[in-house]
Design a protein around this ligand. Structure first.
Ligand code: 2BA
Length: 109
């Protein structure tokens, strides 16, 4: 068994959750925040049998879009009057960032 920790864009959440339910996966949805952009994203914890992993990856690949976002990084402008400037950089976010962990034990009480 594996535990998949999937970080997705919140705009993809509705579609991904609908498809996971339709495909019979059991999962937990957690609101999260990206450390770099400091914007809300969504983390989904999904416990799956090894044989289900490929179909889970297919759901994520089909329903998570890659997006370009511009972020302003503060930088110090040197000169007679040093000042903080915002330098915009473009980053590619997602589709889905997925960590797949071996599950030592799964128990329900
Ligand atoms: P954020 O940390 O908000 O990062 C958003 C996007 O900014 C990243 O997209 C990446 O393209 C860029 N980025 C992140 N850190 C950067 C840095 N130090 N310098 C330059 N660019 C940087 P993704 O890689 O697709 O990541 C999407 C979200 O997935 C991340 O949101 C974060 O919440 C999570 N994530 C990604 N890699 C992770 C990791 N190794 N561990 C934990 N969470 C991760």
């Amino acid at each position: 068994m594996k535990l998949c920790v999937c970080i997705i864009h919140s705009r993809d959440k509705g579609r991904v959750v609908d498809e996971l339910v339709r495909a019979g996966f059991k999962f937990t949805v957690i609101g999260s925040t990206g450390g770099f952009l400091r914007e809300g994203n969504t983390t989904i914890l999904i416990g799956v049998e090894d044989a289900e992993l490929d179909s889970l990856k297919a759901v994520l690949e089909t329903n998570c879009q890659t997006r370009e976002q511009v972020v302003n990084i503060p930088s110090m402008e040197v000169g007679p009057q040093p000042a903080f400037m915002a330098s915009p950089i473009k980053v590619t976010v997602g589709g889905a960032v997925v960590f797949i962990l071996d599950v030592h034990e799964f128990t329900r009480f």
